[in-house]
Design a protein around this ligand. Structure first.
Ligand code: GLA
Length: 692
């Protein structure tokens, strides 16, 4: 859940987010590039958008060279015309600041704005994202173009909000290694540490003679013969993310100064690790993200790339991102995959109906708008092999029909927020520290989150993905796949939650390190030891050639990737290794404490173990849950509506149990391949699969 509390509103109802009212019909939109097409076509485009039920459009993110062909010579006329055409047709417009693609004349005037690789190679003009967040020159140029654009559109009745830039950090551009970043990093460290000795102590720089005599000696972690110091890497990752936060704040402040009726958002990326979306999202009315399921199932997957995931994505991977970016004002999908796409290794056609399924999945998880990327397949540039809702000749493509049907399905639903009884804790510091020292080719932070998240979603439970710093009191259960960095204050906060009746579940490698990325002075889980009721005696990262199993509550289960041998002190051993060198060693601990309970799992669970662990936790916490649904069937609930989402290639029939009777608003109890049904007066716990 991205923390997007509006900076100047008393509560979320005062926010500028026009779609964050108590209930609202979800909207279908599209990303439009009028600058790619003859002006004579624009009116037809708008008519066809209206026919499809599209009522919000995003534009302008890559338009700097078109808006300012040479310094100071702004040409807004074309964009004004497009805004007017859309507005007159009743379509709201979201504009973008165009800073993701600085023009060639700007790069020629100021080549210092370019980012650099660790070996000093510049990231040159000729693509996108060719600027450094810490370039003072580029921040001045940003202020100039954003102010010019914002002032031009202030009070325009059709412009309802803005997207800052586009996908900060895409193409691995959060971290830059240029001299501007070097200077900024030294300043960042000077402010963070109480002198250079504090930095040396916190990092532990005696090792390999890595001690610094002054802050001036600090550099970005540029190219080296062997791996970098993990504490230096972690702080550099924190610094780089903070640099994006500061750059984004410059833009949000300028936009709000021009017209404080606008909402301001940004389009984050899926399963993305190098910037902290909680921090970047802080000044935004709500977060948005860009969802490309068949691509994510290949290049950042949470599990095997199955045929169904190539056709409809991994439902839990996509929903994990929905639940991460959902804030108190909901969220948008700012870019929804419209069909075949160009950037993954392979480009399968999505299953029939998948583009409609994805819109429903997003709305079921709290989206207030789903905008397809893009309106029409572009005939030029790097994305010619990327579909739109229309083909390059202007004829409707597969996605157009799906988008239109989704708009029809959703038009009569008045939806409030999602209500989740369980929180899954996610923190970028843990992601960064574990990514630097995974200790196994298979140990991936997002994959570990996915393993536990999948167990919960397989039982029809709604989940908020939140930072450990968020308020946890309202959750019946909290799952922390790995709180790798821990200190006493975190232990105290979690202890208060449990004492008050919360049910906490901790996953492997929790509490192993101090916040500065040094090992705890005690055995893991360090300051969480009293909470867990035991410690970690040994750990191993077994390759797939080693069989690894545990017996948990009398049943035997596979696990992979990571295993710990535990010593129980006050906790009860509920799971033991039952294979290999660690045979008989404790692997899962559990104990009641205060009015709540704590469980600690020292292994990376397979899907069956993750399900068993989830059920045990949900039962301890008194959270209702369904039978275990097949991995390609997911049930999601929002504000009294229940979605049955079929991500598989076979039809599925569900039936309601007991007295409950479902009223089907969309579809029926038989959900076709890559299809969706929506019901009232039922819920996940009432549904069971009768045939697949
Ligand atoms: C990202 C970008 C878009 C476009 C799409 C292609 O989401 O924001 O500009 O490149 O990917 O799928």
């Amino acid at each position: 859940m991205t923390d997007t509390t509006p900076t100047d509103a008393e509560d979320s109802t005062d926010t500028n987010a026009p779609y964050a009212s108590e209930t609202e019909s979800p909207r279908i939109g599209v990303c439009y590039f009028p600058e790619h097409w003859p002006r004579e076509r624009w009116a037809t485009d708008v008519e066809q958008m209206v026919e499809a039920g599209i009522d919000v459009v995003r534009m302008g993110e890559f338009s700097w060279a078109r808006l300012e062909p040479e310094r100071g010579a702004f040409d807004f006329e074309w964009l004004d015309t497009a805004v007017e055409l859309l507005g007159e047709a009743g379509i709201d417009v979201v504009l973008c600041t165009p800073t993701a693609t600085p023009p060639k004349w700007l790069v020629d005037d100021h080549p210092s704005i370019l980012q650099e690789e660790p070996d000093g190679t510049p990231r040159a003009f000729g693509s996108r994202r060719h600027y450094c967040f810490n370039s003072a020159v580029y921040r001045e140029e940003t202020e100039r173009v954003v102010r010019e654009m914002a002032d031009h559109y202030a009070e325009n009745p059709h412009v309802v909000g803005w997207q800052t830039d586009n996908e900060y950090g895409c193409h691995d551009t959060v971290r830059c290694y240029c001299d501007d970043c070097a200077s900024a990093f030294r300043e960042w460290c000077r402010e963070r540490y109480d002198g250079i000795d504090d930095l040396n102590e916190t990092w532990g720089t005696t090792f390999w003679s890595q001690r610094y005599g002054s802050f001036e000696e600090l550099d970005p972690p540029r190219h080296t013969a062997a791996e970098h110091h993990p504490s230096r890497l972690l702080d550099y990752g924190r610094f780089a993310s903070d640099s994006v936060v500061a750059y984004n704040r410059l833009q949000t402040d300028l936009l709000r100064a021009a017209d404080d009726d606008w909402f301001v958002t940004h389009n984050f990326m899926g399963t993305f690790s190098t910037l902290d979306s909680y921090d970047v999202g802080e000044p935004l009315e709500f977060g948005t993200w860009d969802s490309y399921p068949t691509g994510f199932a290949q290049d950042r997957r949470l599990g095997p790339t199955t045929p169904d995931r190539l056709r409809a994505g991994d439902p839990d991977q996509v929903s994990l991102n929905h639940d991460l970016y959902r804030g108190e004002n909901g969220f948008w999908v700012m870019e929804q995959q419209p069909g075949d796409i160009n950037w993954p290794p392979h480009s399968p056609q999505p299953g029939e109906g998948a583009m409609r399924l994805w819109a429903h999945q997003a709305v079921a998880h709290g989206a207030n708008a789903v905008c397809y990327f893009r309106w029409r397949r572009c005939r030029e540039g790097q994305e010619q092999y990327h579909a739109g809702l229309r083909r390059q000749d202007g004829s409707p493509d597969r996605g157009y029909h799906d988008a239109r049907q989704a708009a029809t399905d959703l038009a009569d639903l008045d939806l409030g927020p999602v209500d989740a009884p369980v929180a899954l804790l996610h923190r970028y510091d843990d992601c960064w520290a574990l990514s630097e020292q995974p200790h196994s080719p298979e140990f991936d932070y997002w994959g570990l989150l996915g393993a536990f998240y999948r167990g919960l979603r397989g039982r029809g439970v709604q989940v908020d993905v939140v930072s450990p710093g968020d308020t946890l009191d309202d959750y019946a259960a909290v799952v922390a796949p790995s709180l790798h960095l821990a200190d006493e204050s975190l232990a105290d906060r979690l202890g208060e939650y449990v004492e008050a009746g919360g049910h906490l579940f901790l996953g492997p490698r929790s509490g192993a390190k101090l916040p500065g990325n040094k090992l705890q002075p005690t055995l893991a889980p360090g300051p969480l030891t009293d909470l867990v009721g035991g410690q970690v005696d040994q750990h191993e990262s077994p390759p797939e050639t080693l069989t690894t199993r545990v017996t948990y509550c009398g049943e035997s289960y596979d696990y992979t990737t990571w295993g710990e041998w535990l010593d129980a002190e006050t906790a009860t051993v509920v799971g033991r290794h039952d294979e290999g060198v660690g045979d008989g060693k404790p692997a899962v601990l559990e104990h009641s404490t205060g009015d709540g309970s704590v469980a600690y799992c020292g292994v990376w669970p397979g899907t069956d173990l993750a399900d068993a662990l989830a059920v045990a936790l949900l039962e301890r916490a008194g959270v209702a849950h369904s039978e275990r649904f097949p991995e390609t069937l997911r049930v999601a609930e929002r504000d009294g509506y229940t979605w049955v989402l079929n991500f598989g290639s076979d039809p599925v029939t569900v039936e309601t149990s007991g007295e409950s009777t479902a009223t089907w608003l969309v579809g029926s109890e038989t959900v076709p391949p890559y299809g969706v049904s929506v019901a009232e007066e039922t819920s996940a716990v009432d549904l069971s699969v009768t045939s697949e």
